[in-house]
Design a protein around this ligand. Structure first.
Ligand SMILES: Cc1cc2nc3c(=O)[nH]c(=O)nc-3n(C[C@H](O)[C@H](O)[C@H](O)COP(=O)(O)OP(=O)(O)OC[C@H]3O[C@@H](n4cnc5c(N)ncnc54)[C@H](O)[C@@H]3O)c2cc1C
Length: 297
């Protein structure tokens, strides 16, 4: 029986493991090495490791965690999680584990637009987060393809990095008149025709083609993605969720099931950043350790 099992070994899960290891709690990290950012080449904005590859950032974090004798890490996939009396049963593809507390750190599930060329360009010249990759896209000719409701926000934000932007309505809805007036005033072109292809050379965007037969040269872009935390293995726990799908938590990041905590991106329905995930993992691990200490008091 472990004190804590952590599902997910990204920055959130490993930061939790580091703090729990230092608190002498027997901890198992189960991870199948499939983070969302594996497609990209550099991790930005993580203090002390800005610009390293995602693999380097992760292996540096694993090296930190490996120093602590109370922490084990295994490479496996969790397939089923269930609550017993005062513990949890964690089923992986290969084994069954038992734990007093459970930390969910499995990140988010992500769906990209179903447009030819997207997957090849994603992480190289197409991104979704200007705070993560806006600096690398600076001064490039950009396409910004977002739902109508985000057009105004992104047309204000993205010119911070590049003045050469074309806005595209990704969901076929019509921006309201105020948005159109704003774009006109700023001299930003708006395209509503469906994108049919992101043309590229080895992931580097060269042009964007539209259903109306037109095409524009672009060498980078920001696109909208869909994310959720609805992982099948969680279903037996019947975690309470908000109307928007977010897992309900209290102030200590404990879910509606006592002893089950959620950290990092899994906690939100919006993508976040590596350093935010790590910070959250550290914070919540202290709550988990405290609960274990109190349980034994
Ligand atoms: C293209 C792209 C570029 C990005 N660039 C940046 C950047 O430059 N800077 C930045 O700060 N952020 C960036 N991000 C965001 C960053 O990747 C996330 O904020 C961060 O990874 C979230 O950390 P996490 O620990 O919550 O989740 P993750 O890092 O996603 O870790 C979750 C882990 O859980 C594992 N897992 C999931 N399900 C299971 C299961 N059933 N069994 C076992 N393991 C499981 C996954 O394999 C994964 O390893 C980028 C994201 C993308 C997609």
């Amino acid at each position: 029986m472990f004190d804590v099992i952590i599902i997910g070994g990204g920055p959130a899960g490993l930061a939790s493991a580091l703090t729990l290891g230092r608190a002498l709690k027997t901890t198992l990290v189960i991870d199948n090495n499939n983070p969302r950012n594996k497609v990209t080449h550099e991790s930005h904005a993580y203090l002390t490791q800005d610009g390293v590859t995602p693999e380097t950032l992760r292996s540096n974090a694993e090296r930190d965690v490996n120093k602590y004798e109370h922490v084990q890490r295994i490479s496996d996939t969790v397939t089923h999680v269930e609550q017993a009396t005062d513990y949890f049963i964690i089923q992986t593809k290969s084994t069954t584990y038992y734990t007093r507390k459970l930390i969910l750190a499995m990140g988010l599930k992500e769906t990209l637009p179903d447009i030819p060329g997207t997957r090849a360009c994603y992480g190289t010249s197409l991104f979704y987060c200007p705070w993560c990759d806006g600096y690398e896209l600076r001064d490039r000719s950009l396409i910004v393809s977002v739902p109508a409701t985000h057009i105004r926000h992104m047309s204000k934000l993205v010119p911070n990095w590049s003045q050469d932007i074309v806005m595209h309505v990704a969901d076929g809805a019509s921006p309201d008149d105020e948005d159109k007036t704003y774009l006109d005033r700023k001299g930003i072109q708006l395209i509503t025709s469906t994108i049919t292809e992101f043309q590229h050379t080895e992931g580097h965007l060269t042009a964007v083609s539209f259903a109306d037969g037109t095409s524009i040269n672009r060498d980078g872009g920001l696109i909208s993605i869909e994310v959720n935390s609805d992982f099948d293995f969680l279903h037996p726990l019947q975690l309470h969720r908000e109307d928007n799908g977010r897992i309900t938590t209290n102030d200590f990041s404990e879910t509606s099931v006592s002893g089950v905590f959620v950290v990092g991106e899994s906690k939100n329905i919006m993508p976040s950043q590596l350093i935010d995930a790590a910070s959250d993992g550290n914070t919540v691990a202290k709550f988990v350790a405290l609960q274990l200490i109190e349980d034994n008091d």
